[in-house]
Write a protein that binds this ligand. Sequence first.
Ligand code: PGA
Length: 254
Amino acid sequence: MPHRPYIVGNWKMNGTRAMLTEARAIDRAAARHPGVQVALAPPFTLVHAVAEETQAVGTGGQDCHTAAKGAHTGDVSAAMLADAGADFVIVGHSERRRDHGETDTLVQAKAEAALAGGLGVIVCVGETLAERDAGKAEAVVTMQVKASLPKLDEGAKANPARMAVAYEPVWAIGTGRVAAVEDVVAMHGAIRATLLSLYGESGAAVRILYGGSVNAENARDLLAADGVGGALVGGASLNAESFLAIVAAAASEA
Ligand code: PGA
């Protein structure tokens, strides 16, 4: 693996201040696994507290606006996340694409705003079950990668190491249904080829994570698979014990 495995917990719309106990436990354990890069993306309301109370884990937001500031009630900018202590942001999660009608064009603008605001960015892509059944999974995901990843100008070119793609088949998210390892390997290969065509050789520095029902039982096989640089974990990240089992699986692969 060219990078330390990157294991990111996406808490989604879960967690009040009581969850800081889990964040602290995750942080203590992450410090014992320096070979793994561990991060948490709590809801906005906990970003500052998680950033303050952890040292070994990165902290991220789950979305940001395309603008740095302004009249956008309810939205949060990349600069605000950075100010609250975040070092990255997730954009284009399929739940946002579904719940908020986010398009590839919007996701791309958000990803560019994240980099401009000094954050790392994880851009999520993934096909629906109907698309997979129709044999279109690779074409759909390749299109999403091309249209959702930041257009890099000269200034931003040094930044692919701050970018990650999370391949999350929509039908595998929160369903307990995990993608077959050979399908994950094939898709990660297709995503890597697209990144190289977009960014030239610096496309090799973009990490590609798998997400969708990753848990303590399946993490080892997924993380050992060719081209898998880490995992974006939803449900299993809400509890320190189950999340740390995934971190430990990554440590044994590192
Ligand atoms: P899950 O969610 O692990 O609960 O399937 C993954 C994600 O949506 O990032």
